[in-house]
Every structure is written in structure tokens, then in C-alpha cells.
Design a protein around this ligand. Sequence first.
Ligand code: HEM
Ligand SMILES: [Cu+2]
Length: 612
Amino acid sequence: MDWITTVDHKKIAILYLWAGGIFFGIGGLEAILIRIQLIKPMNTFLDAQTFNELITMHGTTMIFLGVMPVIFALMNAVIPLQIGARDVAFPFLNALGFWTFLFGGILLNLSWIMGGAPDAGWTAYTPLSSSSYSTTHGVDFYTIGLQIAGLGTLIGGINFLATIITMRAPGMSFMRMPMFAWATFITSAIILFAFPAVTVGLVLLTFDRILGANFFETSGGGNPVLWQHIFWIFGHPEVYILILPAFGIISEVIPTFSRKRLFGYSSMVFATILIAFLGFMVWAHHMFTTGLGPVANALFSVSTMLIAVPTGIKIFNWLFTMWGGQVRFTTPNLFAVGFIPTFTMGGVTGVMLASAPADFQFHDTYFVVAHFHYVIVGGLVLGLFAGLHYWWPKMFGRMLSEHLGKWTFWTFIIGFHMTFFVQHFLGLMGMQRRVFTYLPNQQFDLLNLISTIGAGLMGVGMLFFLANVFITSRKPADAADDPWEDGRTLEWTISSPPPEYNFKQTPLVRGLDAFWKEKTAGHKGMTPSEPVGSIHMPSATVHPFLMSVGIFIAGLGFMFSRDDFGNSFMSFLFNNYIVTALGLLITFGSMLMRSLFDDHGWHIEPEELEGR
Ligand code: HEM
Ligand SMILES: [Cu+2]
């Protein structure tokens, strides 16, 4: 019950981590199944329909439900602490964002047991995803599940924007903010502008499919390419929503373990802003082959290649941070250092794909699959591992085992390169993506075998990590406040895990790397910026959970509103939108209660803080 009603950012972080972990596991199992099917030519392990459902659900689950919540977990766990705040700006909204995200994800995954998963790819291109070609409810689960989950993400993003703008400790100007806080800030801004685009697209597709509208239906005057535009206007910024937080994590871990300040801090900040800005200008590089014409293709080519400039700045800044530093190869730093070359390889193939004429050859081959997995797995997932190992003691009060951590790193990164490096060549030799099998004797056999073995090795790496988590959870929670001893930022000045109010007294920030600055001045901790006083806390509440349950029921009700159940009572309930109305009633009723009854929270008095 405690977990369902909590509004504490530290607990919401753990909820996000659980949810993300479980969805990541599901997506990972789906990947393994796909790879088993592709282990040899003409394999009959899976049939074509199941294969399509698996790649669609793997991509969709990984992106929207696997890595996004783990990013949000780290942001929730760390951002208020890094900026010296007692919580996020809107703790209630924070819980609401989590629960809507979770119920959207559950709805999407229910498709497996309720008549078949979506099968039109994670991009749901029309007309493939239209009701004429995708006749089950699969794509409806996709459109409605993602609308609900996306709402949660949008809520989370807005909350972080407000938090970072309004809740920084005295003295923490924007240019004194840690890089992870900057990354969160910019990422949230991208979410604010990108998610509404996909929501609109999904609403239109829902209208086409359920209400018989014609936005993307050629026979009715609609235009399928319109879907691609809407999808990628969201979709490309989405990849920066994924990678910028990883950049932020790397920019925290590398300075800590080099005992040096981040090289080129202000250029890092501006590179982040520039990447976010340019990220909105390049969406049509996914559509070179749709016939936009040479002028549009040339412009989108150039704008895409431009992004390599700020990205290159970042890579060199990380290298220069390590240069001449006292580098310690702890597990988080291994992941961070491993990130640099791996991510760079993904960036280089990105520039190759940005060349429109070359893309006509690469498009929809395994070269693309290799490219985006280098960026997402070799970039983001390695970054998340770095962040999880780095902040684990702060989140749970226990240090993960360094020994097992190193095993995780080596098995995962070797498995990763085995899986995806060979796919570049498979793509160049002509193996298409999204094919469920291939003929023998095209020189695809050996490389696919290597790829599948590599995927298994990555699975082993994940098992090492899970074992590490399990073993660590049985150890006493005795992590020091600053367990890596070289912490530079505010989260390392308070206990691990922090008390529910975080800071007994809000700290005074005197420069970039606030804690490091005090350390070098010979101080043990931060100077407080206020006397010990009464602390205002938000109350726990079940409303965010109820509101999300309501939306979930309404979504299911709407999806089946046109179905013939062969059971007059069920048909009556669904066909008259009674289920939908019931769901909305729960949501709006809950909102009404929230507005009618004031909740002023509660206080922790100075006497209770004595000795803490
Ligand atoms: C962890 C190991 C992973 C393995 C072994 C793996 C493997 C695969 C395979 C075999 C495909 C099918 C390629 C095709 O036929 O087009 C695929 C597609 C895809 N993967 Fe992964 N993947 C992994 C992790 C991830 C992660 C972490 C993400 C994103 C966060 C991701 C995102 C995608 C996407 C978006 C697709 C495209 C799906 C589509 O074509 O609709 N993958 N992956
Ligand atoms: Cu893109």
C-alpha cells in the first residue's frame, strides 16, 4: 500500500526501476526468441506472424517501456538531490506520471493474451497498420497503450522542467548545474515538444482504425506518408530523449573517476542544447526513399550530418577529461569508458546513413539494425549500466559487488559487439531487416550464427547483473555518504539512502561541482543556507493510481467498442461505451475529489530532526 500511495521521488525512482527492469526483461526475451529463429537459414522455430509480432513488441517495449523508465528512475533518484531540493516540484504529478506510464505499458503487453500483439513494426507504418492489413486488435493495443504511456512520460517531463527551473538550491545558477541535471532539463524540453506529435498521430490512427476515418487511407483521400512524417517528427527527437541522459551520466561518471573537473563544461552544455535543437530538423532522414525529391533529401542530409559536430565535441571533451587524470577503472567507469568507442561507432554509421544516395542501399537492411543498436545498446544501455552501478549505493544504501560488476561489463560488451558488429556486413551483403528467415548459401549463415551466440552472451551479462543485485540486496545497508570517495556533486553530501526530506538544511552552492569545491577548500560538508526549520512534506495519496486505473479501463473499453462478443451482455456493455464511461468516471471522479478536498501536506518539526 505504501508503494501505491507514495509521492516520494526516491520511492517513485525505485518503482520506475522495477517496471523498467521487468519490461526490459520481456523485451530481452523477445530479442532472444528473434535471434533463435535467425540462428540458421530456413528455420521453423517461429512462424512469420509470430516473428512480426515479436519484432514489433521487442522494439516498442524496449524503447517506450524498457529504457525510458530506467532513465526516469535515475532522474527521479538523482535530480532533486543534485540540485539540492527536497523533492520534485509536483510530487503528486510525479506519481501520476509513473502510474499512467505503467498502465499504458500493461495495456500494450496484454495484447499477447488478448487476441494477438501488434505486428506492423515499432514504427506502425500505414497502410500496414491500417485496419485493412492489420485485422486483429494488435495495433489498437499499440495506439491506445502508447497514448496512455506517453501521457505519463509527458507528465514526467513537465515535472522535471518545473523542478529544475524552480527548485535549485541557493547559489546553483544554471551554469553551475551538474551535467546530468542539464541533460535531464534538455531531455524534458524535447519530451515536451516531441510527445504531443506522436500522440496526435496515434489519435488519428485510432480514428482511422476504430471510427473509420481516412487520415492515412489512400482510398478515402488520406495519405500514408503523412503518418511517416508525424511519426518521425516525434521519432527522431525520441532518440535524443534516449541518448542525452546517457551523455549526462557519462559526464558525471568520467570526472568522478578521473578526479578532474569535466573538460569544457560550457561547451558540453551548449552542445547538448544544439543537439536537441538540430534533433527536430532531421526527421526526414528516415524517409529518403519515399520520394521527397532531391532538394528535400539534400537538406535533410546536411542537417543530419551537422549533428555530428556537437556530438564530436562531447566525445573529445570526455577524452580530454580523462587525459592526465587519475583514472580509476571501477565498474561504473568501465561502462562509461566502454561507452565512448562503442557509441562513436554508432555515430559513424549514422553519418553514413545520412548520405541520401547511400541510404538507398542501406535502407531496411541489417546495416540499419546494427546502426541503431550501436547507438541504443552500445550508447544508452551502457550509459544506464554506468549510472546504475554509480548511483546504486545512493538509491539503496548498498554497494554492488565490483567483482560481479566487472563480469557483467565484459560479458555484456563482448556479447554486444558479437551480436551487432557482424550485422553491418549482413546488411551490406543484402540481408533485409524484419525478414523471418533467409535462404542458405548467401553467406549469411555464419554471421547470423555469431550474432545469435553474441545475443546469448549479452543475456549472460544481464544474469550477472541480476545476481549482483540479488546478492547485494541481502547485505547490510552500510554504504557511506560518499561511497566512491571522489563524489563531486550534492547527492554525495547526504546519507545513502537519503532521509525522506533529503536535506535537513538546504545547502549553499559556491560553484560548479559544489561538493568537490568544499572538499578542496578543506571543508567536510556543505555550508547550510538556512537554519534548521520545520520541513513541509507532501502527503501520500491513492489518487494518481486510481486516475490511471480509470484511463486504463476506458482505453480497453474504447478499443473493444466495435466488437461483437457473441454474448449480449458483454456486447451491451462495450458497444454502448459503458465500460469507457465507467473508466472515465473513475478518473474524473478521482480528479474531482482531489480538487474538492484540500490537502496541505504535513510538517517535520525541528525537534524531530535533532541528532539526524
Ligand atoms: C539487448 C539485446 C538486444 C538484442 C539481441 C536485440 C535484437 C534485435 C533484433 C534481432 C531485431 C530485429 C531486427 C529486424 O528484423 O529488423 C531488433 C529490432 C529492434 N530493436 Fe533490438 N535488440 C536488443 C536490444 C534493444 C534495445 C535495448 C532497444 C531499444 C531501447 C532495441 C530496439 C530495437 C528496435 C527499435 C528494433 C526495430 C523493431 C522493428 O523493426 O520494428 N533493441 N532487435
Ligand atoms: Cu533519426
